[in-house]
Each structure stands twice: as structure tokens, then as C-alpha cells.
Write a protein that binds this ligand. Structure first.
Ligand code: NAD
Ligand code: AHE
Ligand code: ZN
Length: 375
């Protein structure tokens, strides 16, 4: 069938909006009509050419929501008409990782996903007979896409697509990093570096679990008001403190009889490896945990003095907020529908597919929190 898609034709080039061909679902796969898709920094990261797994030409996009239109042989968990959120972290419930209960990083289809193809090694997308790569197993920058059955979460039908698409990445990643990865306890002190589409969700997660002091760090002063909207208690612009950031943050978080500073939990939501180091070193000695959420380009490495770890700080990372998609995503949709978490104010811009490149520009210039393409 013909579908409308934004095609990433090469690194650093604008997406081309065009008609491409999509084959129907094979065994174990589903055809989903995408109704809305968010634009995440990670899409831009791959488009920029920094992603070592980046392949071109490809259909990017991994933050979608839509309706199942057709299912392939053997599909039992969803049927045509079901509302779903595509999962770039699938949940097969059978692989050693799923069965371990220690990680959400299902391995059932990760290898082919990274190669830009479906689990059988072929692509469903093409243009003029030439193959197009899938991306993150989701390819939501198209009004129809094909996904493995294990890579869709069925969600309630009264939830609006143009809001819940954000649960397909940003919301779940931010809130999940707090709840699943860091397991932040009430009364904790936390620092969030980078108050974009992910960082603001970390902040709302911290408020949800009852953190006391929530410091937001961003180089863009406009983010102060945004952070405060979702529970941030203090804001720091590193360019305006007149000194080094880490001692400043440690000083701000001094407490207890010994007046030792440092946060119980810090979160990198920038993808900048220097910021990741600052986040680790702003942790409290003995127990502070720093969670890396940002993704960094090929060849970039993190570093610190081993002393930081010897003295009890912990460096962790998280993908999709540690969430098990088919199990957890429907619950997060319920939290949104019950008013426990906010999504609407973070979706600052909606646009047709034709304007998707403008959506990237808005994110790049710090003008949007989340831009959403509505089909
Ligand atoms: P975004 O562009 O919306 O926000 C980034 C924010 O960081 C902006 O507010 C920017 O001003 C701020 N920033 C940039 N440099 C900074 C610095 N040196 N110090 C402080 N703040 C700085 O991006 P996003 O969509 O929120 O994504 C954030 C990161 O998380 C990206 O690297 C993205 O690829 C990654 N990500 C990871 C996962 C995961 O599962 N681990 C999921 C989604 C996104
Ligand atoms: N391809 C990149 C890695 C990118 C990355 O880490 N992606 C995150 C999700 S970011 C969503 O916005 C992720 O899920 N990682 C786990 C995984 O299996 O990819 C690279 O550096 O090679
Ligand atoms: Zn994302």
C-alpha cells in the first residue's frame, strides 16, 4: 500500500515528505495506522549522523500512537481496531532478559531492530522498489507502519492519540527513570540536568514520588518556568553562577549534622558527556546515584576519577525508563487519564507531517518542549 512518510535520506539532510510503499504484516506482525507521533531528541541524534547505528535511507520516529488495522498469522494479543503505542523496547516475556525480571531490555528482536529490518531480516518499507530501513523497530514518521506483535502495547480507547504518543518515549523514560531505575524515595534530594522533553518528565516523576528538593539545571533560562510548572524547587543556569557547577550544587544540597552536600539522585537528560560527569560528581558521597538518560554520539566516552565511585557514588543508565512496555505503558496511560501525571502542557506544538522539519528546528532552538505530528 502507499503511505505518507518523512524519509531520512542522509545524515544532516532534511526529512523528505513523500509517498512510500509498505507491505502488509507477515506472521507475528501487525499493521498500525499511526495517528500521532512525537519528535524526540533521539530522532534528531540519528538524523545528525552521530548515531553509530544510524542507517539511511530510513523512516525515523519512535514516539507514536495509533490503531491496529491488520494482523499477520499467529497474532493473538491484539486485533484490528485496538489502540496501541509502538514499543522500541519490546516485551516478549520469553527471552532471558524478560525472564530475569532484572531489566526491561528484551533481546528477542534487538539485533534485527538495530539493522533496520523486521525480525525476518527484511524491510516492509520501500520507495520505487528500493528498500527503506525501519528505525528502532517503530518508524512512526509514517501514517502506517508494521511492527512485531511484541512491540505494541494495547491501551484504552478513550485516550487521545496526540497526547499519549508521548508515552511511547519521553513520558515513560522520564518518570520510569525515577520510579524503576533510581527508585527514588519520598523526601529525597535530586538534581535534573537538561529540562527538555525528558528532563521535565523526570521532574514530574520526582514530584509524584514525593522528593523534597528538586534542582533543575539548564543553560536556557526559559526552562526555569517550565521546571517550576512540574515541581522543580530550585533552578541553576551554569553560565550564571560565576564558578564551577559541581561545588555550587554540592553547596546547595548541604544538610544534616555533618553538612556534607550532594544529591541523593541526579539525572543526565542532555546527552552531553561532560554534563554526565558533573551529574555523577554532584551526588552525595556514600550513596548518591546518578542516572544517565541522555544518549551520546559515536566515539564519545564518559570519565571521572575512580575515587568518585570508591567513595560510594553509583553510575547507572536507563533505556525507556526501565519500563516493560506491554505491562507498564497501559498503566501510564491510565495515570494520565486519571490526572496523576500531566502531558498536555508539555506538548507545545502540533503540526502536519509536511512541517516535521520545522518541528526539529523548534526542538533544536529550545522553543518547543514536545512537538507532535498529527496525521
Ligand atoms: P531536548 O532537546 O528536548 O532537551 C535537552 C535539554 O538539555 C534542553 O533544555 C537544553 O537546553 C538542555 N541542555 C543542553 N546542554 C546542556 C548543558 N550543557 N547543561 C544543561 N542543560 C543543557 O531533548 P530530550 O528529548 O529531552 O532528550 C534528552 C536526551 O535524552 C537526549 O540525549 C535524548 O537522545 C535522550 N533520550 C534517552 C532516552 C533513553 O531511553 N535513555 C529516551 C529519550 C531520550
Ligand atoms: N543507537 C545508539 C543508542 C541509542 C540509545 O541508547 N537508545 C535508547 C533509547 S533513546 C530513545 O529516545 C535505548 O533504548 N537504548 C537501548 C538499546 O537497546 O538501544 C547507539 O549509541 O548505538
Ligand atoms: Zn525518544
Amino acid at each position: 500500500m502507499d503511505v505518507r512518510a518523512a524519509v531520512a535520506v542522509g545524515a544532516g539532510k532534511p526529512l523528505e515528505i513523500t509517498t512510500v510503499q509498505l507491505e502488509g504484516p507477515r506472521a507475528g506482525e501487525v499493521l498500525v495506522e499511526i495517528k500521532a507521533t512525537g519528535i524526540c531528541h533521539t530522532d534528531w541524534f540519528t538524523l545528525s549522523g552521530e548515531d553509530p547505528e544510524g542507517l539511511f535511507p530510513a523512516i525515523l520516529g519512535h514516539e507514536g500512537a495509533g490503531i491496529v488495522r491488520e494482523v499477520g498469522a499467529g497474532v493473538t494479543s491484539v486485533k484490528p481496531g485496538d489502540h496501541v503505542i509502538p514499543l522500541y523496547t519490546p516485551e516478549c516475556r520469553q527471552c532471558p532478559s524478560c525472564l530475569s525480571r532484572k531489566t526491561n531490555l528484551c533481546t528477542a528482536i534487538r539485533a534485527t531492530q538495530g539493522q533496520g529490518v523486521m525480525p525476518d531480516g527484511t524491510s516492509r518499507f520501500s520507495i520505487g522498489g528500493k528498500k527503506l530501513h525501519h528505525y528502532m523497530g517503530t518508524s512512526t514518521f509514517a501514517n502506517y507502519t508494521v511492527l512485531p506483535e511484541i512491540a505494541v502495547a494495547r491501551v484504552r480507547e478513550d485516550a487521545p492519540f496526540d497526547k499519549i504518543c508521548y508515552i511511547g518515549c519521553g513520558v515513560t523514560t522520564g518518570i520510569g527513570a525515577v520510579i524503576n531505575t533510581a527508585k527514588v524515595e519520598p523526601g529525597a534530594t535530586a538534581i535534573v540536568f537538561g529540562l527538555g522533553g525528558i528532563g521535565l518528565n523526570v521532574i514530574q516523576g520526582l514530584r509524584l514520588v514525593g522528593a523534597d528538593m528538586i534542582i533543575g539545571v539548564d543553560i536556557n533560562n526559559d526552562k526555569k518556568a517550565w521546571g517550576e510548572k512540574f515541581g522543580m524547587t530550585h533552578f541553576v543556569n551554569p553560565a550564571e553562577i560565576g564558578g564551577d557547577l559541581v561545588p555550587h550544587l554540592v553547596n546547595m544540597t548541604k544538610r544534616g549534622a555533618d553538612q556534607i552536600g550532594g544529591a541523593d539522585y541526579t539525572f543526565d537528560c542532555t546527552g552531553n558527556t561532560k554534563v554526565m560527569r558533573q551529574a555523577l560528581e554532584s551526588c552525595h558521597r556514600g550513596w548518591g546515584e546518578s542516572i544517565v538518560i541522555g544518549v551520546a554520539g559515536a566515539g564519545q566516552e564518559i570519565s571521572t576519577r575512580p575515587f568518585q565511585l570508591v567513595t560510594g557514588r553509583v553510575w547507572k543508565g536507563t533505556a525507556f525508563g526501565g519500563a516493560r512496555g506491554r505491562t507498564d505503558v497501559p498503566k501510564i496511560v491510565d495515570w494520565y487519564m486519571d490526572g496523576k501525571i500531566q502531558i498536555d502542557p508539555m506538548i507545545t506544538h502540533t503540526m502536519p507531517l509536511e512541517d516535521i522539519n520545522k518541528g526539529f528546528d523548534l526542538m533544536h532552538h529550545g522553543e518547543s518542549v514536545r512537538g507532535v505530528v498529527v496525521f
